[in-house]
Design a protein around this ligand. Structure first.
Ligand SMILES: NC(=O)c1ccc[n+]([C@@H]2O[C@H](COP(=O)([O-])OP(=O)(O)OC[C@H]3O[C@@H](n4cnc5c(N)ncnc54)[C@H](OP(=O)(O)O)[C@@H]3O)[C@@H](O)[C@H]2O)c1
Length: 246
């Protein structure tokens, strides 16, 4: 893993993944829309002796997704690992959502991830291989909850996209997999109307393991899927949820 791109690398699971990839020696580019959070991730990596930089990109805009996918190639010479972590939650009963709310979440979680994959795969085809890990969710492909149907639909589509593309590109040496986290200790895991304490009570009640995942635990799975140790793992969607969907 010489070089890596992490979309959504300015916060949460994306930041933990970028830091972990850099700790293993990868030169990392983090992508997202907010410069200050991306710069904080870069600083954290550099303080650990790693190499990183950021690119401002909204993954739903084709030129910006292409710029993100090309950034490690331009700066560090290749794109060995791409982690597509940028994502948005949704909230509301199915019939109560507005068309704009529906479109925003589907646009980021499905279209944005597809756009990034499209340009990442083009670079990986040219260099003769690579690994892509998409960050999906247990909500949707593995378990349903109320008030999150747009998010669930988008993550189900993302898991299916992952597996379809995995079949297409493994003959070219590009391994594509996904992780599907359960509730993880980031801003996204606090639901509307909840305090962090409410969230902790809900999680302790619902999750057999009795706690949230740490972002670093999701990052560890991403790193394994991207590593040569997972060379025969293709089109897998790895659930990491403390037993919630077991
Ligand atoms: N936390 C959980 O419980 C949980 C569970 C299952 C799955 N996940 C998934 O894990 C991933 C990371 O979420 P997180 O929990 O770490 O929450 P988070 O801290 O809110 O991270 C989401 C990231 O996505 C980026 N992003 C959103 N829209 C974007 C866009 N249009 N273009 C580029 N970047 C965009 C955000 O950066 P900017 O705002 O700077 O663009 C942010 O860094 C998401 O795909 C989420 O669905 C999370």
């Amino acid at each position: 893993m010489r070089t890596a791109l992490v979309t959504g690398g300015g916060s949460g699971i994306g930041r933990a993944t970028a830091v972990a990839l850099a700790a293993q020696g990868a030169k990392v580019v983090v992508a997202g829309r907010r410069a200050h959070t991306l710069i904080e991730t870069v600083k954290a990596i550099e303080e650990n002796g790693g190499t990183a930089s950021h690119v401002l990109a909204d993954v739903t805009i084709p030129d910006e997704a292409a710029r993100a996918a090309g950034a490690t190639v331009d700066r560090y010479g290749s794109l060995d690992t791409a982690v597509n972590c940028a994502g948005l939650p949704s909230w509301g009963l199915t019939a109560d959502m507005t068309p704009a709310e529906w479109e925003e979440v589907v646009s980021v979680n499905v279209n944005g991830t597809w756009l990034c994959m499209k340009y990442e795969i083009e670079h990986m085809l040219r260099q003769g291989g690579g690994a892509i890990v998409n960050v999906s969710s247990r909500i949707g492909p593995h378990m349903r909850v109320t008030h999150q149907s747009a998010y669930a639909a988008s993550k189900s589509a993302l898991s299916t996209l992952t597996r379809s593309a995995a079949r297409e590109y493994i003959p070219h040496g590009i391994r594509i997999n996904a992780v599907s986290p359960g509730p993880t200790d980031t801003a996204m895991a606090v639901w509307p109307g909840e305090t962090p304490a409410d969230r902790d009570d809900r999680v302790a009640r619902d999750i057999p393991a009795g706690r949230l995942a740490r972002p670093e635990e999701i990052a560890a799975a991403v790193l394994w899927l991207a590593s040569p140790d997972a060379a025969f793992v293709v089109g897998h969607d790895l659930v990491i949820d403390g037993g919630l969907s077991a």
